[in-house]
Write a protein that binds this ligand. Structure first.
Ligand code: HEM
Ligand code: HEM
Length: 678
């Protein structure tokens, strides 16, 4: 019981607020005579749906994480009428966000708008007889909306009054929803609430009790005849017992398509199944953009590992030299393996990354850009087999990092604890990743490069230093990528040579004879190469300014490369398991706290701190430990009290063996301190 209470307390400490208390506050504002049908629930469900329904699986943008619905362009979309306050709304209109504002301000910054909006929609569903929704918290608000190029209303929503089944499918597939989920969501959502002429131009409710979840939407759609309204185009109506019920064109078209219609019929006949499917689809809709992040408050699973990573590093160093390889080393291929494993990370929806080692399985394993990385994996296999507790994901990262260090990069800390996933899980987790996440080197442009960097969560500086550092070593192989040759004269040395050569040499277009692919070669020797994607860094003004800095300062380059690599390989370590901080370590929060099993041959420099546990967790742990200690002291005191209140029978005649006392005492001091992990 005590442990249950403690773990709940720990979870709240992590989340920062108690979701149950927030739910109660939400419940207290639902019933209100000013609301349609006396309940604000449907209004809040629409807010949550419009907040989360912007998610797109192609690039991971959209979704309620960030609560961007508060900003343009989203807040002024016609479809979001009455949801968000601003000059575009009539001041007299109480918007859905204003309705939630007192709760937001009651909890302050610990409760994000994103979490509150999702919790409000889900609580409203539960309160109106809908399914119990599992809540996953941890959304982080941002301060601006997406640009129009990034998110346009036509990419997202269906035109309610004039659409087709194909259009509905297209929009919901973008959101990662299949036919079954699409139908459950539309009909489950429109079990609630009504249309308002002032908001959408449509008017009326779909069902006879719009503040109660049931399958009536499907029963009506499946069995009644609707005719288009004479006055409201795109609105379909039917009258029963002198009451008019509506369907929008977006609802009616579900009957036009066999794939959708079968679910309309199924749900009309089976309310329980609808409840189950609606719950699952709603939870997916709300959480799609949370990606692989664990819900806040859940304890990150950091497996205990006995692996001696220092020994693994030594073994990696021993398998790198090989005269059969270019420049006599496997180093560059190991680095490419690490980059391709970690570089799939999408900061937009937190999928991808090396944790899981999905690069070993399809779809990633058969991407053209990953050709021959399996050779590096095969080279590592004996090390993998020698350490049963070692995951592939940890091995790939430690091998690529060690390879960089052995070729002249600054020493880097390693944060272990990655785990591997099965082929089946990998297929599911990587299904939304785009094979072309690595730009096509021939057709890359600065805007395309910036777009892919943004999705990965990189700055211009990160990308310049990573690309230039990565391509200071190794070479292109016509039998792998179709391109040919090294970038620098010393391809086994990490240095700023790439930048120097990029600026100082004259580069001419060149066709690779074996493949017909186009690249650049230097006019001076004809033996060095650049990809079109590399030339962007010279030809784009902002990138070039950074290139110039690195070309002039190898120390600065090495330092920044180190930082960017650490950021790259730890980007997917959620839950504070590994923290990369770029701040000066002036306070407790930025002091390097390298645990025993995190190696760093040199102390981490001030600019980047990586630790295996964040301070929030540590303080939460401390807090839990204090409570445990107080409880232990309390139990001991109670025990002592009971002892002293009993009559004491002391055997004064008993002989005490001084040796046994000494042994007993030494037992206590011999105990090793337990590691502060979970
Ligand atoms: C084809 C997709 C959809 C279309 C075209 C659509 C369209 C609309 C329109 C035009 C309204 C009326 C807004 C107003 O006048 O106040 C509305 C209301 C509503 N929609 Fe949808 N919707 C769709 C899908 C969904 C989904 C997936 C959900 C939730 C799972 C949902 C939940 C709601 C709710 C609860 C209301 C009532 C709001 C209130 O009473 O204030 N809708 N929808
Ligand atoms: C715009 C981004 C990038 C593009 C388009 C790109 C493209 C390529 C291509 C086409 C190759 C040749 C593969 C072969 O034929 O063997 C290559 C090799 C390589 N790349 Fe990149 N790359 C990019 C970024 C990076 C980054 C960020 C790193 C590491 C930090 C990196 C590290 C390497 C290494 C080490 C090799 C040499 C592999 C070997 O010698 O076997 N690349 N890259």
């Amino acid at each position: 019981m005590i442990f249950l209470l403690l773990s709940i307390a720990f979870a709240y400490k992590q989340l920062g607020y108690n979701p149950q208390a927030v739910k109660e506050d939400i419940i207290s504002i639902l019933a209100n005579p000013s609301a349609d049908d006396g309940n604000y629930g449907p209004f809040l469900i629409r807010l949550a749906w419009h907040c989360a329904g912007t998610y797109r699986r192609t690039d991971g943008r959209g979704g309620c994480d960030g609560a961007r619905i508060r900003f343009d362009p989203e807040r002024t979309w016609g479809d979001n009428a009455a949801l968000i306050p601003g000059p575009h709304e009539d001041a007299q209109t109480l918007t859905a966000l204003e309705l939630l504002a007192p709760i937001k301000f009651k909890y302050g910054n610990v409760l994000s708008w994103g979490d509150l909006i999702v919790l409000a929609g889900s609580t409203a569903i539960e309160q109106m007889n809908g399914p119990q929704i599992d809540f996953c918290g941890g959304r982080v608000d941002v301060y601006e909306g997406y640009s129009i190029e990034e998110l346009d209303v036509n990419m997202i929503y269906v035109n309610a009054g004039d659409t087709s089944a194909a259009d509905v499918r297209e929009k919901f597939v973008k959101m990662d929803m299949n036919d079954q989920e699409t139908v459950a969501l539309i009909g489950g959502g429109h079990a609630f609430g009504r249309c308002h002429a002032s908001r959408s131009g449509f008017d009326g409710a779909w069902t006879s009790n719009p503040v109660q979840f049931d399958n009536q939407f499907f029963v009506f759609l499946n069995s009644l005849t609707y005719a288009e309204s004479d006055t409201i185009s795109g609105q379909f109506e039917t009258t029963m017992a002198e009451k008019t019920y509506i369907m929008l064109h977006g609802d009616i078209v579900l009957l036009d398509d066999a794939g959708f219609k079968q679910w309309v019929e199924t749900y009309a006949a089976d309310e329980e199944l609808l409840l189950k499917h609606f719950k699952a689809a709603w939870e997916k809709l709300m959480n799609r953009d949370m990606g692989l992040r664990p819900c806040a408050g859940t304890i990150p699973s950091l497996p205990e590992t006995e692996v001696n990573f220092e020994a693994v590093k030594t073994q990696v160093r021993s398998i790198l030299p090989d005269q059969q390889q270019d420049s006599g080393t496997w180093g560059p291929l190991m680095v490419r393996l690490g980059w391709h494993c970690a570089g799939t990370y999408r900061s937009t929806d937190h999928i991808g990354g090396c944790n899981g080692a999905r690069i070993r399985h399809d779809p990633e394993a058969s991407w053209g850009s990953n050709k021959d990385v399996d050779l590096a994996l095969a080279r590592l296999e004996p090390i993998k087999n020698a350490y049963p507790g070692l995951s592939w994901a940890d091995l790939i990262i430690i091998a690529s990092t060690t390879a960089l260090e052995s070729m002249g990069a600054l020493p880097m800390p390693f944060c272990p604890g990655r785990t591997d996933v099965s082929a089946e899980v990998a297929a599911e987790q990587s299904k939304n990743l785009n094979e072309h996440i690595y730009l096509d080197p021939e057709t890359a442009t600065a805007p395309l490069l910036r777009e892919s960097m943004k999705i990965m969560g990189f700055t211009d500086r990160d990308m310049v230093v990573l690309n230039g550092g990565g391509h200071s070593i190794g070479q292109c192989h016509h039998f792998r990528s179709g391109f040919s040759g090294p970038w620098t004269t010393n391809p086994a040395q990490v240095s700023n040579d790439f930048f120097n050569l990029l600026l100082s040499r004259e580069w001419n277009r060149h066709e690779v004879p074996e493949t017909g692919k186009m690249q650049f070669i230097d006019s001076e020797t004809g033996s060095l190469m650049m990809l079109f994607s590399d030339m962007i860094f010279r030809d784009d003004d902002s990138f070039r300014a950074i290139v110039e800095e690195y070309a002039q300062d190898n120390d600065l380059f090495l330092q920044d490369f180190r930082d960017a690599w650490i950021k790259l390989v730890n980007a997917d370590r959620f839950g504070g398991v590994c923290v990369t901080s770029e701040a000066e370590p002036e306070s407790e929060t930025t002091t390097p706290t390298l645990p025993a099993n995190m190696m760093d041959s040199e102390p981490a420099p001030a600019s980047v701190v990586v630790s295996c546990k964040n301070d929030q967790e540590s303080s939460a742990m401390t807090w839990v430990l204090i409570i445990v200690l107080i409880l232990i002291i309390f139990v001991l005191l109670a025990f002592q009290y009971l002892q002293t209140s009993k009559p004491v029978h002391t055997d004064f005649n008993k002989q005490v063996d001084p040796e046994s006392v000494a042994i007993e005492m030494s037992k206590g001091t011999d105990e090793k301190p337990t590691e502060n992990r979970f």
